[in-house]
Write a protein that binds this ligand. Sequence first.
Ligand code: DC
Length: 225
Amino acid sequence: MGVRKPIVAIDGPVGAGKSTTARRVARELGFVFVDTGAMYRAVTLDVLEKNTDPGDEGAVKAIVENSTVELRSVENGQRTFLNGRDVTDRIRDRDVTAAVSAVSAQKAVRERMTELQRALGRDGGVVMEGRDIGTVVFPNAEFKIFLDAAIETRAERRYEEMVSKGMKISIKELIEEIRERDKANTERALAPLKKAPDAILIDTTDMTFEEQVATIVSLVRGEKG
Ligand code: DC
């Protein structure tokens, strides 16, 4: 009989390095990686494909209650399925990014996703990243991390990522887009992005990726930093 493995909750704003860091931390610990933003993106794609206004609460509620969003673990991360279809790459497109704040602000969407996320983490052994994991989804998580970085740094990281995927955007546009999403995420009424009082703040502005990963892994393993 094994000891129950912990839940590692990682929250923070756009571009703080949550996904890449969480994915690698999960791999090093042998835990399951859960990117909750992908779930909100999948619902958003469903809304767009059904030609529904992302702000129409009744219509969005009906969609979220009748669709299935699944995460499947693969060797180096996760794949996202919407109604049985692999939408992992599609949900990164800009139309989804532009509409996700409006969809993820809605009560029916948050309730359904929170329920799914709790089921995924029930047995522990997960590294779950998002905006409200340490505050709402798993307020009793054994480890709570809040990753942050200066907005210019976050925009630069996102820029590299987008350019490498062949997308065209300027740093200036990106800073503006990130500022807007930060604002929408921190000011929404339900489950706004905020650091849980007992979360450990890690400012990654001057840290390398390897340092971010090592800091969290040693914390979970109970080693001194
Ligand atoms: O991490 P991301 O950019 O892929 O997340 C997409 C959007 O989903 C983000 O703008 C806010 C929302 N989100 C949320 O409201 N709660 C979460 N736990 C994760 C993401």
